[in-house]
Ligand binder design. Structure first.
Ligand SMILES: Cc1cc2nc3c(=O)[nH]c(=O)nc-3n(C[C@H](O)[C@H](O)[C@H](O)COP(=O)(O)O)c2cc1C
Length: 336
Protein backbone atom coordinates (compact mmCIF):
# COMPACT_ATOMS: atom_id res chain seq x y z
CA UNK A 1 0.00 0.00 0.00
CA UNK A 2 1.56 3.30 -1.01
CA UNK A 3 1.25 6.80 0.39
CA UNK A 4 -0.50 7.91 -2.78
CA UNK A 5 -3.14 5.25 -2.45
CA UNK A 6 -3.71 6.36 1.11
CA UNK A 7 -5.05 9.72 0.02
CA UNK A 8 -8.38 8.04 -0.79
CA UNK A 9 -10.02 8.77 2.55
CA UNK A 10 -10.24 12.50 3.08
CA UNK A 11 -12.43 12.28 6.18
CA UNK A 12 -9.78 10.81 8.43
CA UNK A 13 -6.93 13.30 8.21
CA UNK A 14 -4.66 10.94 6.34
CA UNK A 15 -2.12 13.58 5.40
CA UNK A 16 -1.01 14.00 9.00
CA UNK A 17 -0.48 10.29 9.52
CA UNK A 18 1.26 10.03 6.19
CA UNK A 19 3.64 12.75 7.33
CA UNK A 20 4.22 10.86 10.55
CA UNK A 21 5.16 7.76 8.66
CA UNK A 22 7.84 9.72 6.88
CA UNK A 23 9.16 11.35 10.04
CA UNK A 24 8.84 8.59 12.60
CA UNK A 25 10.12 5.05 12.50
CA UNK A 26 7.62 2.56 11.13
CA UNK A 27 6.30 0.92 14.27
CA UNK A 28 2.63 0.68 13.36
CA UNK A 29 1.28 -2.79 13.90
CA UNK A 30 0.11 -3.71 10.45
CA UNK A 31 1.00 -3.04 6.87
CA UNK A 32 2.79 0.23 6.27
CA UNK A 33 0.39 3.04 5.61
CA UNK A 34 -2.74 1.13 6.52
CA UNK A 35 -3.68 3.57 9.23
CA UNK A 36 -6.08 5.28 9.13
CA UNK A 37 -7.15 4.98 5.52
CA UNK A 38 -7.97 2.54 2.78
CA UNK A 39 -6.09 1.54 -0.33
CA UNK A 40 -9.20 1.58 -2.49
CA UNK A 41 -8.39 -1.94 -3.67
CA UNK A 42 -11.01 -4.68 -3.65
CA UNK A 43 -9.03 -6.86 -1.23
CA UNK A 44 -8.98 -4.07 1.38
CA UNK A 45 -11.83 -4.88 3.74
CA UNK A 46 -11.98 -1.22 4.83
CA UNK A 47 -13.34 -0.35 1.39
CA UNK A 48 -16.22 -2.75 1.90
CA UNK A 49 -16.86 -1.42 5.40
CA UNK A 50 -17.24 2.07 3.96
CA UNK A 51 -19.47 0.99 1.09
CA UNK A 52 -21.66 -1.06 3.37
CA UNK A 53 -22.08 1.76 5.90
CA UNK A 54 -22.73 4.40 3.25
CA UNK A 55 -25.46 2.34 1.65
CA UNK A 56 -27.56 2.20 4.79
CA UNK A 57 -30.16 4.99 4.82
CA UNK A 58 -32.43 5.98 7.66
CA UNK A 59 -36.11 6.92 7.79
CA UNK A 60 -37.48 9.62 10.11
CA UNK A 61 -39.76 9.10 13.14
CA UNK A 62 -39.90 12.58 14.63
CA UNK A 63 -43.42 12.75 16.12
CA UNK A 64 -43.18 12.04 19.86
CA UNK A 65 -39.36 11.89 19.64
CA UNK A 66 -37.42 13.24 22.64
CA UNK A 67 -33.77 14.10 23.28
CA UNK A 68 -32.13 10.72 23.88
CA UNK A 69 -30.21 9.44 26.87
CA UNK A 70 -26.91 7.96 25.66
CA UNK A 71 -26.00 6.35 28.97
CA UNK A 72 -24.89 2.73 28.46
CA UNK A 73 -23.80 -0.01 30.84
CA UNK A 74 -20.84 -2.28 30.15
CA UNK A 75 -19.69 -5.02 32.53
CA UNK A 76 -21.95 -3.63 35.26
CA UNK A 77 -20.73 -0.01 35.04
CA UNK A 78 -22.38 3.03 33.51
CA UNK A 79 -20.77 5.18 30.83
CA UNK A 80 -21.83 8.35 29.06
CA UNK A 81 -22.33 6.66 25.71
CA UNK A 82 -22.13 3.34 23.83
CA UNK A 83 -18.91 4.60 22.20
CA UNK A 84 -15.72 2.97 23.48
CA UNK A 85 -12.21 4.06 22.53
CA UNK A 86 -10.64 1.10 20.70
CA UNK A 87 -7.26 -0.40 21.49
CA UNK A 88 -4.73 1.49 19.37
CA UNK A 89 -1.29 0.41 20.48
CA UNK A 90 2.21 1.87 20.37
CA UNK A 91 1.10 5.49 19.99
CA UNK A 92 3.76 6.72 22.42
CA UNK A 93 6.40 5.63 19.90
CA UNK A 94 5.16 7.26 16.71
CA UNK A 95 5.38 11.03 17.22
CA UNK A 96 8.54 12.92 16.37
CA UNK A 97 7.93 14.77 19.67
CA UNK A 98 8.51 11.94 22.13
CA UNK A 99 7.67 14.17 25.10
CA UNK A 100 4.01 13.74 24.24
CA UNK A 101 2.31 10.57 25.40
CA UNK A 102 -0.76 9.95 23.20
CA UNK A 103 -1.62 6.74 25.06
CA UNK A 104 -1.94 8.68 28.31
CA UNK A 105 -3.78 11.50 26.51
CA UNK A 106 -6.29 8.98 25.18
CA UNK A 107 -6.79 7.47 28.63
CA UNK A 108 -7.43 10.91 30.11
CA UNK A 109 -9.79 11.93 27.30
CA UNK A 110 -11.82 8.76 27.90
CA UNK A 111 -11.88 9.43 31.62
CA UNK A 112 -13.01 13.03 31.24
CA UNK A 113 -15.80 12.03 28.80
CA UNK A 114 -16.74 8.97 30.87
CA UNK A 115 -16.32 6.53 28.01
CA UNK A 116 -14.69 3.12 28.31
CA UNK A 117 -11.09 2.89 27.06
CA UNK A 118 -9.45 -0.22 25.59
CA UNK A 119 -5.70 -0.84 25.56
CA UNK A 120 -3.92 -3.32 23.28
CA UNK A 121 -0.34 -4.41 22.77
CA UNK A 122 1.96 -2.80 25.34
CA UNK A 123 4.51 -4.34 27.66
CA UNK A 124 3.29 -4.76 31.23
CA UNK A 125 5.62 -1.95 32.22
CA UNK A 126 4.21 0.47 29.61
CA UNK A 127 0.67 -0.65 30.41
CA UNK A 128 1.22 0.19 34.08
CA UNK A 129 2.44 3.69 33.13
CA UNK A 130 -0.49 4.28 30.79
CA UNK A 131 -3.22 3.29 33.25
CA UNK A 132 -1.91 5.41 36.13
CA UNK A 133 -4.83 7.64 37.21
CA UNK A 134 -6.93 6.27 34.38
CA UNK A 135 -10.62 5.54 34.20
CA UNK A 136 -11.81 2.03 33.44
CA UNK A 137 -9.82 -0.13 31.04
CA UNK A 138 -10.41 -3.19 28.90
CA UNK A 139 -6.99 -4.78 28.39
CA UNK A 140 -6.57 -6.76 25.16
CA UNK A 141 -3.61 -9.15 25.05
CA UNK A 142 -2.07 -10.52 21.83
CA UNK A 143 -2.23 -14.22 20.95
CA UNK A 144 1.43 -14.76 21.80
CA UNK A 145 3.00 -18.09 20.88
CA UNK A 146 4.23 -18.23 24.47
CA UNK A 147 1.07 -19.03 26.43
CA UNK A 148 2.52 -18.13 29.82
CA UNK A 149 3.15 -14.57 28.59
CA UNK A 150 -0.54 -14.30 27.84
CA UNK A 151 -1.57 -15.51 31.28
CA UNK A 152 0.97 -13.17 32.83
CA UNK A 153 -0.39 -10.10 31.00
CA UNK A 154 -4.01 -11.02 31.74
CA UNK A 155 -3.30 -11.39 35.46
CA UNK A 156 -1.15 -8.27 35.57
CA UNK A 157 -4.07 -6.29 34.12
CA UNK A 158 -6.40 -7.77 36.71
CA UNK A 159 -4.00 -6.78 39.51
CA UNK A 160 -3.95 -3.22 38.13
CA UNK A 161 -7.74 -2.99 38.25
CA UNK A 162 -8.81 -3.63 34.64
CA UNK A 163 -12.57 -3.82 34.16
CA UNK A 164 -12.26 -6.66 31.66
CA UNK A 165 -9.53 -8.47 29.75
CA UNK A 166 -9.46 -10.18 26.39
CA UNK A 167 -7.54 -11.18 23.32
CA UNK A 168 -7.51 -10.02 19.71
CA UNK A 169 -7.88 -13.54 18.35
CA UNK A 170 -7.91 -12.12 14.81
CA UNK A 171 -4.21 -11.28 15.02
CA UNK A 172 -2.85 -14.76 14.38
CA UNK A 173 -1.95 -14.74 10.65
CA UNK A 174 0.75 -12.54 9.22
CA UNK A 175 0.87 -11.30 5.65
CA UNK A 176 3.34 -14.04 4.78
CA UNK A 177 0.72 -16.66 5.60
CA UNK A 178 2.61 -17.75 8.73
CA UNK A 179 1.95 -16.81 12.33
CA UNK A 180 2.52 -13.07 12.68
CA UNK A 181 5.48 -11.56 14.47
CA UNK A 182 4.93 -8.18 16.16
CA UNK A 183 7.82 -6.16 17.55
CA UNK A 184 9.92 -9.29 17.26
CA UNK A 185 7.45 -11.29 19.36
CA UNK A 186 6.01 -14.48 17.89
CA UNK A 187 2.27 -14.87 17.80
CA UNK A 188 0.63 -18.27 17.58
CA UNK A 189 -2.61 -20.09 16.92
CA UNK A 190 -5.50 -20.01 19.38
CA UNK A 191 -7.30 -23.30 19.93
CA UNK A 192 -10.64 -23.64 21.63
CA UNK A 193 -8.98 -25.06 24.73
CA UNK A 194 -6.43 -22.22 24.75
CA UNK A 195 -9.26 -19.72 24.62
CA UNK A 196 -11.06 -21.48 27.44
CA UNK A 197 -7.90 -21.29 29.52
CA UNK A 198 -7.45 -17.55 28.86
CA UNK A 199 -11.12 -16.85 29.55
CA UNK A 200 -10.72 -18.45 32.98
CA UNK A 201 -7.25 -17.10 33.78
CA UNK A 202 -8.70 -14.19 35.74
CA UNK A 203 -11.97 -13.52 37.50
CA UNK A 204 -12.68 -10.65 35.09
CA UNK A 205 -15.04 -10.73 32.12
CA UNK A 206 -13.17 -11.99 29.05
CA UNK A 207 -13.60 -10.45 25.58
CA UNK A 208 -12.88 -12.32 22.35
CA UNK A 209 -11.97 -9.50 19.97
CA UNK A 210 -12.03 -10.24 16.27
CA UNK A 211 -15.03 -12.51 15.77
CA UNK A 212 -16.36 -12.53 12.22
CA UNK A 213 -18.48 -15.66 11.94
CA UNK A 214 -21.28 -17.41 13.78
CA UNK A 215 -18.93 -20.38 14.28
CA UNK A 216 -16.33 -18.34 16.16
CA UNK A 217 -19.02 -16.50 18.12
CA UNK A 218 -20.38 -19.82 19.40
CA UNK A 219 -16.88 -21.08 20.21
CA UNK A 220 -16.13 -17.86 22.11
CA UNK A 221 -19.36 -18.32 24.05
CA UNK A 222 -18.58 -21.96 24.84
CA UNK A 223 -15.04 -21.06 25.89
CA UNK A 224 -16.46 -18.74 28.54
CA UNK A 225 -16.15 -15.29 26.96
CA UNK A 226 -18.51 -12.67 28.37
CA UNK A 227 -18.24 -10.46 25.32
CA UNK A 228 -17.09 -10.42 21.72
CA UNK A 229 -16.01 -7.69 19.35
CA UNK A 230 -17.33 -8.35 15.86
CA UNK A 231 -14.34 -7.06 13.94
CA UNK A 232 -11.64 -7.76 11.39
CA UNK A 233 -9.09 -5.51 13.09
CA UNK A 234 -9.07 -2.65 10.56
CA UNK A 235 -8.95 -4.98 7.61
CA UNK A 236 -6.37 -7.59 8.57
CA UNK A 237 -8.45 -10.14 6.66
CA UNK A 238 -8.29 -9.51 2.89
CA UNK A 239 -11.81 -9.33 1.46
CA UNK A 240 -13.14 -9.41 5.03
CA UNK A 241 -16.91 -9.13 5.21
CA UNK A 242 -18.00 -5.90 6.94
CA UNK A 243 -18.44 -6.67 10.65
CA UNK A 244 -21.74 -4.82 10.54
CA UNK A 245 -23.01 -7.19 7.88
CA UNK A 246 -22.16 -10.19 10.11
CA UNK A 247 -23.68 -8.65 13.20
CA UNK A 248 -27.35 -9.73 12.86
CA UNK A 249 -26.53 -13.43 12.36
CA UNK A 250 -24.05 -13.41 15.24
CA UNK A 251 -26.52 -11.60 17.47
CA UNK A 252 -29.19 -14.13 16.70
CA UNK A 253 -26.82 -17.02 17.40
CA UNK A 254 -25.90 -15.54 20.80
CA UNK A 255 -29.44 -14.46 21.68
CA UNK A 256 -29.75 -16.67 24.77
CA UNK A 257 -26.22 -16.10 26.01
CA UNK A 258 -26.26 -12.75 27.84
CA UNK A 259 -23.01 -11.88 26.08
CA UNK A 260 -22.16 -8.28 25.26
CA UNK A 261 -21.66 -7.70 21.54
CA UNK A 262 -19.36 -4.89 20.49
CA UNK A 263 -18.66 -4.06 16.87
CA UNK A 264 -15.99 -2.00 15.16
CA UNK A 265 -14.67 -1.23 11.71
CA UNK A 266 -14.53 2.14 9.96
CA UNK A 267 -17.03 3.83 12.28
CA UNK A 268 -15.83 7.38 11.57
CA UNK A 269 -18.87 9.46 12.63
CA UNK A 270 -21.73 9.34 15.10
CA UNK A 271 -23.93 8.49 12.12
CA UNK A 272 -21.90 5.32 11.53
CA UNK A 273 -22.18 4.56 15.25
CA UNK A 274 -25.96 4.98 15.02
CA UNK A 275 -26.14 2.43 12.18
CA UNK A 276 -24.05 -0.07 14.16
CA UNK A 277 -26.28 0.33 17.21
CA UNK A 278 -29.44 0.12 15.11
CA UNK A 279 -28.17 -3.15 13.65
CA UNK A 280 -27.93 -4.65 17.10
CA UNK A 281 -24.59 -3.81 18.72
CA UNK A 282 -24.54 -3.31 22.49
CA UNK A 283 -21.60 -0.97 22.07
CA UNK A 284 -19.06 0.16 19.49
CA UNK A 285 -15.31 0.72 19.38
CA UNK A 286 -13.85 3.67 17.52
CA UNK A 287 -10.14 3.67 16.72
CA UNK A 288 -9.25 5.55 13.59
CA UNK A 289 -12.07 8.08 14.14
CA UNK A 290 -10.06 9.63 16.97
CA UNK A 291 -6.55 8.89 15.75
CA UNK A 292 -5.80 12.09 13.85
CA UNK A 293 -7.13 14.33 16.63
CA UNK A 294 -5.24 12.35 19.24
CA UNK A 295 -1.91 12.35 17.43
CA UNK A 296 -2.13 15.84 16.06
CA UNK A 297 -3.50 17.73 19.03
CA UNK A 298 -3.85 15.44 22.05
CA UNK A 299 -6.33 15.12 24.86
CA UNK A 300 -8.54 18.19 24.32
CA UNK A 301 -9.01 17.52 20.59
CA UNK A 302 -9.82 13.90 21.36
CA UNK A 303 -12.41 15.00 23.90
CA UNK A 304 -13.94 17.32 21.29
CA UNK A 305 -14.07 14.45 18.80
CA UNK A 306 -15.81 12.19 21.34
CA UNK A 307 -18.33 14.99 21.98
CA UNK A 308 -18.92 15.37 18.24
CA UNK A 309 -19.48 11.63 17.80
CA UNK A 310 -21.97 11.68 20.69
CA UNK A 311 -23.77 14.71 19.24
CA UNK A 312 -24.13 13.07 15.84
CA UNK A 313 -25.38 9.88 17.46
CA UNK A 314 -27.86 11.86 19.57
CA UNK A 315 -29.09 13.78 16.50
CA UNK A 316 -29.83 10.54 14.63
CA UNK A 317 -31.54 9.01 17.67
CA UNK A 318 -33.73 12.08 18.08
CA UNK A 319 -34.67 12.09 14.38
CA UNK A 320 -35.65 8.44 14.56
CA UNK A 321 -37.45 8.46 17.91
CA UNK A 322 -34.93 6.31 19.79
CA UNK A 323 -35.04 7.54 23.41
CA UNK A 324 -32.15 5.51 24.84
CA UNK A 325 -29.43 3.03 23.92
CA UNK A 326 -31.59 0.02 24.78
CA UNK A 327 -34.29 1.02 22.29
CA UNK A 328 -32.52 0.88 18.92
CA UNK A 329 -34.68 -0.48 16.14
CA UNK A 330 -33.31 -1.87 12.90
CA UNK A 331 -36.61 -1.25 11.10
CA UNK A 332 -35.58 2.41 10.60
CA UNK A 333 -32.76 1.26 8.31
CA UNK A 334 -33.05 0.99 4.54
CA UNK A 335 -30.40 -0.93 2.61
CA UNK A 336 -29.66 0.61 -0.75
C1 LIG B 1 -2.68 2.14 15.40
C2 LIG B 1 -3.57 1.01 15.73
C3 LIG B 1 -3.14 0.07 16.65
C4 LIG B 1 -3.95 -0.99 17.02
N1 LIG B 1 -3.51 -1.87 17.97
C5 LIG B 1 -4.34 -2.85 18.41
C6 LIG B 1 -3.95 -3.73 19.45
O1 LIG B 1 -2.84 -3.68 19.96
N2 LIG B 1 -4.84 -4.64 19.88
C7 LIG B 1 -6.10 -4.77 19.32
O2 LIG B 1 -6.89 -5.60 19.76
N3 LIG B 1 -6.49 -3.95 18.31
C8 LIG B 1 -5.65 -3.01 17.84
N4 LIG B 1 -6.04 -2.17 16.82
C9 LIG B 1 -7.35 -2.42 16.18
C10 LIG B 1 -8.46 -1.56 16.76
O3 LIG B 1 -8.69 -1.85 18.11
C11 LIG B 1 -9.76 -1.73 15.96
O4 LIG B 1 -10.19 -3.08 16.07
C12 LIG B 1 -9.62 -1.39 14.49
O5 LIG B 1 -8.78 -0.27 14.29
C13 LIG B 1 -10.99 -1.14 13.84
O6 LIG B 1 -11.59 0.01 14.34
P1 LIG B 1 -11.55 1.42 13.56
O7 LIG B 1 -12.01 1.14 12.18
O8 LIG B 1 -12.50 2.29 14.34
O9 LIG B 1 -10.15 1.91 13.61
C14 LIG B 1 -5.23 -1.13 16.43
C15 LIG B 1 -5.66 -0.19 15.50
C16 LIG B 1 -4.86 0.87 15.14
C17 LIG B 1 -5.38 1.85 14.14
Amino acid sequence: MTHKQNKVDASSGSSFTEKLEQEAPQVWPGPKGMIPVTSGRADDANVHNRNYLDNILVEMRIIDAVKPDLTTEFFGKKYASPINLAAVSHLNKVLPDRSRKPMQEKVQAAKSQNVLNWIGMESNQDYAEIVKNSGDTVRIVKPFAEHEDIINELRFAQDLGALAVGMDIDHVPGEDGKYDVVDGINLGPVTFSDLRRYAHATSLPFVAKGVLSVQDALKARDAGASAIVVSHHHGRLPFGVPPLKMLPAIKEALADSNMTIFVDGSLMTGYDVYKAMAMGADGVLVGRAILSELLQAGQKATEEKIKLLNEQLSQMMLYTGIPDTKSFDSSVLHFN
